[in-house]
Design a protein around this ligand. Sequence first.
Ligand code: HEM
Length: 512
Amino acid sequence: MWSTVSLAVATVFLSSLALNYHARLKAVGHLPGFRAAFGSFSLFGAILPTSWFNPGLNWQWLWRKSVYRYYGSRTISSVPFLSGEPLIITGSHEVAEHVLSAPSGYWKAPDSTAALMLWGDNVISSNYDAYKRHRRIVGPAFTGTTYALVARETVKLYHEMVEGEKWDQLTEVCVPAINIFMAKFALGIITRCGFGLPFPWMRDETHEMSFGEALAIVSERNIVRLATPRWAYKLPIQKLREVEEAYLRLSNFMNEFARARKDELSSTTEEVHLREHDLFTRLVMASQAEGRKGLDDSELIGDIFAFMFAGHETTAHVMSATVALLALHEDEQLKVLEQIRELLPGNRDPAFEDFEKLDKVMACFEEAARMFPAGSIVTRDTTQTITLKLSAQNGDRTLVLPPGVRIMIDMVGVHYDPAIFPDPEQFKPSRWYGIPESDLTFFGWGPRACLGRKFAMMEAICLLTMLVRDWNLSPLLEAGDTKDKWRERVLQGSLVGLGFGIRSAPIRLTRR
Ligand code: HEM
């Protein structure tokens, strides 16, 4: 009797699995691609390593040379049979541009931006009228005045870092992980320039978690937080406790910042008027307004988090990759140094006005951003039936997608397409010489492309200029290490926090 019931239950379960699987294949137009147990963004998919059974979170990097060749198309699908949503995946510049530039037919579905919506809707995650409202409030803060401030603060913070770390007393500095310095630096610049808040390089060491530490934990363990049920936080698991503490601290910090600025605004002084147009002041003023110009409290904190995160993690990843690549390519470093010495005689510090002229430094940053695109996953969901005519590079077919299908732009795939970037594995900054800023695809395409592009580039170009001017960058080798082994170990991309980049680059700085 029990065996008959078990058999019936198993048959019903397997049949529903099969029917569901068939419907998912249909939704992606039976496009060839991954047929694995788990989707990359399901809990098990994200935890388990990349294998034929589970693409995992790192297939973009590990399979970048082979995946589209294997399927004969740069647009494929992923249909997991146990857990996870079906996806269209594209490593095609043409399809990416088409989807992201389309005036209608796609949106950012809330579950695709859940990692950025922990505190509230914001300019990165919102859609339609809400998006226009956020954008109207924050957009005007991104002007030449802000970029000039970024240049000045980058110069100041660099000198504070060199003095604070006592590098000014050394001829050689061994940095076990340049990433840690870049993350702190980029957090300092968004804090000072976006939010007008103090960020001393050296701070009194206390046992309390700092704002930066809390932000790093929240960003790193985001997927764990999203996938773990609330009751689990009551269990005596140290890692979960830490995540919970980081969330609480970050909330307190952000609310405290907002309250302090509100108080400042209510005692309207001349200084506040001068700052009227900085990003943070605009956000706080909007939280006191209503309608088309207003933000509610959760949106205010949502935007603070979005800018703190987007404004530092991405930039830090690309700056770390640039330093690591320059350390390996001394010839490129020398080209950059020659330009810096010519443009900044007497070792003067760079300024806003030098930005355009430092095009060799810029090209190195752009090439690093191509090889390690910090925003590696960009998604849109269809809101209506969409017909995509795919070219020969994409299997030469017409793809009809119903509403509700997710399209994932594989930014690693797009930037390793040999038809667009010949020798994609090679670090060749010269491929960016003369390319206008509007053509930089690692910042996205269309109306939702990166708002902080110039902010990030101004900061990176100024910091890299001073680093290369003052120090010879080289790989910090372990005993028995070679440059090739270092390259193999260090220049590996993966998701680090919410962004994509290299994990840990040990660098030797030798004073010039
Ligand atoms: C190298 C550094 C950076 C990279 C690679 C990068 C990449 C991107 C990409 C690919 C998008 C498009 C996302 C989509 O279409 O769904 C984006 C959007 C955005 N980024 Fe960046 N970003 C960087 C730095 C920054 C900085 C420094 C800020 C702020 C100060 C910033 C703020 C934003 C905002 C607000 C959006 C949303 C724009 C909108 O929807 O209108 N980003 N970024």
